[in-house]
Design a protein around this ligand. Structure first.
Ligand SMILES: *Cc1c(COP(=O)(O)O)cnc(C)c1O
Length: 348
């Protein structure tokens, strides 16, 4: 078997959720964001483990994800859909009891006309200019919406990963201005907002990346380990080159291991020279470009050829690999391809 193995530690995931739940504080419900197939780790397995740990509300990006999640979790948890009520969503929202976060006057109209009495929440735009009703729209729509008993009012922070950014306070004030006194549960914060402090928590927090072990939750326990098998090795003489573009040249006699994963598996080409792989604790540098299905790694300094090398592990987290590739941990996780053998541990 040449496919890599993605080890997913569900106990670590649950421990991270519990830590974020503790940070959210007493009286605040900590939900869980499992969009994009649970940030690439398998929404069903992730959500089942979290559900057992006490999560009662999940967020997904689109209704189809919510439908799949409902089949996994059964009737009890609330499943909220960030993209709201799109054309064609009516049957899914109704049949699977999903809660759309309505984003526009158009969506409010569609929802109230096509699914009268069906549960919903509203997303408000406090400055990110991405989704949600703007303050003037909300002012006009608020009485009509309140008459329909929304279950949740949410907004989203644009700069929550930087506690110093003045945008956080501005969005907090805007959210308060739009929602104070309405007596509807409110939610403003994902992982970053939880770390900003209690005034950002309101009634419901909705962490994603921190549960999966990523920044800005620096105290997170790593959730993933990615091991990639060695297909073959070869001895390379000084002056010989390795890989596409012959971009790596051996300075000394070297041993190169060829591993079975590449950019088609989410190991993006841009990580280039800064990424390393690990044989247990020992770092081994990439030698040459990342191919579609293969990596070439300098293992000259190892005393024996390992069966596999790790590219994500305690020594190299999703954020370390993201830094090498000029991206963020979220993109590393959600890019992990479908070829890996996903192996779950814990929370069985
Ligand atoms: C993805 C997302 C979250 C979760 O954010 P993290 O930074 O992953 O914790 C919360 N709210 C909204 C609206 C999102 O799109």
């Amino acid at each position: 078997m040449a496919t890599g193995t993605l080890h997913i530690d569900l106990d670590a995931l649950v421990a991270n959720w519990r830590a974020l739940n503790a940070l959210s504080g007493p009286g605040v419900e900590t939900a869980a964001v499992v969009k994009a197939d649970g940030y690439g780790l398998g929404a069903g397995r992730v959500a089942r483990a979290l559900s057992r740990a006490g999560v009662r509300r999940f967020f997904v990006a689109v209704a189809e994800e919510g439908a799949a999640l409902r089949q996994e979790l059964g009737p009890d948890p609330e499943i909220c859909v960030f993209s709201g009520h799109m054309p064609g969503d009516g049957d899914i929202l109704h049949d699977l009891t999903l809660t759309p976060m309505l984003n526009s006057i158009e969506q409010l109209t569609r929802h109230f006309e096509s699914l009268p009495g069906h549960r919903f929440g509203v997303q408000l735009d406090t400055g990110m200019n991405r989704l949600g009703l703007e303050p003037t729209e909300w002012e006009a729509a608020c009485p009509i919406v309140m008459a329909q008993a929304p279950r949740l009012l949410i907004s989203h922070l644009a700069c929550a990963d930087d506690p110093e950014d003045p945008m956080n306070g501005a969005q907090l004030n805007a959210f308060r201005d739009m929602t104070d006194g309405l007596n509807v549960p409110r939610s403003l914060s994902g992982t970053g907002g939880i770390l900003l402090g209690p005034e950002y928590h309101f009634d419901v927090t909705r962490p994603g990346i921190g549960m999966y072990g990523g920044a800005p939750f620096t105290d997170a326990t790593p959730v993933v380990r990615l091991s990639i098998p060695v297909i073959q090795t070869r001895d390379v003489a000084p002056g010989e080159t390795v890989g596409y573009g012959a971009s790596w040249t051996a300075e000394d006699a070297s041993v190169i291991a060829t591993l079975s994963a590449g950019y088609a598996d989410g190991l993006i080409r841009a990580m280039g020279d800064d990424a390393v792989l690990f044989a247990e604790e020992t770092p081994c540098p990439l030698a040459g470009r990342v191919s579609m299905d293969l990596l070439t790694v300098d293992i000259s300094h190892l005393t024996r050829v390992p069966a596999q090398l790790d590219i994500l592990c305690n020594q190299q987290t999703i954020d370390d690999l993201a830094a090498a590739a000029g991206t963020i941990g979220y993109e590393i996780l959600t890019s992990l391809g479908t070829r890996y053998n996903r192996r779950y541990a814990g929370s069985a």
